[in-house]
Design a protein around this ligand. Structure first.
Ligand SMILES: C[S@@+](CC[C@H](N)C(=O)[O-])C[C@H]1O[C@@H](n2cnc3c(N)ncnc32)[C@H](O)[C@@H]1O
Length: 265
C-alpha cells in the first residue's frame, strides 16, 4: 500500500487534485490516447493505480482489461471508478525478489500477453525511484536493451512517462509539443524551460532526470505538463505504436488456432 511510485500518498493526491490541478493533464492524456488505435481487443495496463489519468470511454474500447499494480487498494478503486470488471495479474514483471530491476520479467510479460495492447500508464518514469537506478546505470541500460527488443515482438503499445520533474514549469504550446523522434535532456531544457524562467528570482531550480529519454528511439512523441502538487511539475513524454499488421496477423492466427484446439478438446 506504500511504495515510492504510488500507494496511499498517490491516492490522496489524486482525490485532492484530479479535478483541479490535474484536469488539464488528464484531458490532454485522453486526447492523446484517442489517437492511439490498437487493433487488439484486450488491454494490459502496467501501473494502473486507480486509473486516475484514464477516462471511461477509453477503457470501453476494450473487451477485457488486465491491470498490473502491486498496490492492493487499486483493485477496489478501479472497480468503483469505472464500474466494470478488471482482471488482475499479481506477478511482478519488473523487479526481482531482491527488489532489483530485472530484464527477465519483461520478456515473460510480453510472451504472456501476445494478444493484448499494452499501456505503460505513467509507470516507466518511476523505475528509477523504485530501484535507485542512478547508482546502477548499467543495470538500467541492460534492462532498456531487453525492453526495446521485447517491444519489437509485442503488438500495439503506448506509454506516457516522466522525463523531467521539479519546481520549474515547462512551457509547452501547440508549436513545440511534438517531436518525430527522441529529444535529449538538453534539447528538452532548451525547448521547454526558457533561460529567463531558469534564472528567475532567488529560488534554486533543479530538474530530476527520470532516465527515460532513450526508451523509444524512432517513434514520434508528444510532451505534456503535469502539475502533480502545487508548484511541482512533471514533463511527461507520450509515445505510442499501433504494432505492425504482420505482428497482429501472427497473433490473430495463433489465437484462432488455440480456439480450434480447445474446441476440439
Ligand atoms: C505514478 S503511479 C501510476 C498512475 C496511474 N496510471 C494513474 O492513472 O493515475 C505508478 C504506479 O505504478 C505502480 N507500481 C509500482 N511497482 C510496480 C510494478 N512492479 N509493476 C506494476 N506496477 C507497479 C505503483 O503502485 C503506482 O500505482
Amino acid at each position: 500500500m506504500i511504495n515510492p511510485a504510488g500507494g496511499i500518498v498517490y491516492h490522496t493526491r489524486a482525490l485532492r487534485y484530479r479535478n483541479t490541478l490535474w484536469r488539464a493533464f488528464r484531458e490532454e492524456t485522453h486526447q492523446w490516447l484517442s489517437e492511439w488505435n490498437p487493433a487488439e481487443q484486450d488491454l494490459l495496463i502496467v501501473g494502473s493505480s486507480g486509473g486516475y489519468c484514464l477516462q471511461p470511454d477509453f477503457l470501453s474500447r476494450f473487451r477485457s482489461i488486465t491491470a498490473l499494480d502491486p498496490d492492493p487498494l487499486t483493485r477496489f478503486i478501479l472497480r468503483k471508478r469505472f464500474a466494470r470488471s478488471f482482471e488482475w495479474d499479481r506477478e511482478d514483471y519488473f523487479f526481482s525478489k531482491r527488489g532489483h530491476l530485472s530484464p527477465v520479467g519483461i520478456e515473460k510479460m510480453v510472451r504472456r500477453y501476445p494478444s493484448h495492447a499494452i499501456l505503460f500508464s505513467n509507470f516507466l518514469g518511476q523505475l528509477r525511484c523504485l530501484d535507485n537506478l542512478l547508482d546502477k546505470p548499467e543495470r538500467f541500460a541492460d534492462w532498456k536493451v531487453t525492453f526495446r527488443e521485447c517491444l519489437e515482438r509485442a503488438g500495439s503499445w503506448a506509454s506516457f512517462h516522466d522525463r523531467l520533474s521539479g519546481n520549474l514549469e515547462p512551457l509547452i504550446s501547440a508549436s513545440n509539443s511534438s517531436s518525430s523522434d527522441l529529444v535529449t535532456d538538453s534539447g528538452l531544457v532548451d525547448r521547454f524551460y526558457p533561460s529567463s524562467t531558469r534564472a528567475s528570482g532567488t529560488q534554486t531550480h533543479e530538474l530530476l532526470d527520470h532516465l527515460t529519454g532513450d526508451l523509444f528511439p524512432g517513434f514520434a512523441r508528444r510532451f505534456l505538463k503535469w502539475e502533480l502538487t502545487p508548484g511541482r511539475f512533471h514533463l511527461i513524454e507520450a509515445v505510442h505504436s499501433n504494432g505492425s499488421a504482420q505482428q497482429l496477423g501472427k497473433k490473430l492466427s495463433a489465437e484462432s488456432a488455440s480456439r480450434e484446439v480447445s474446441s476440439l478438446g
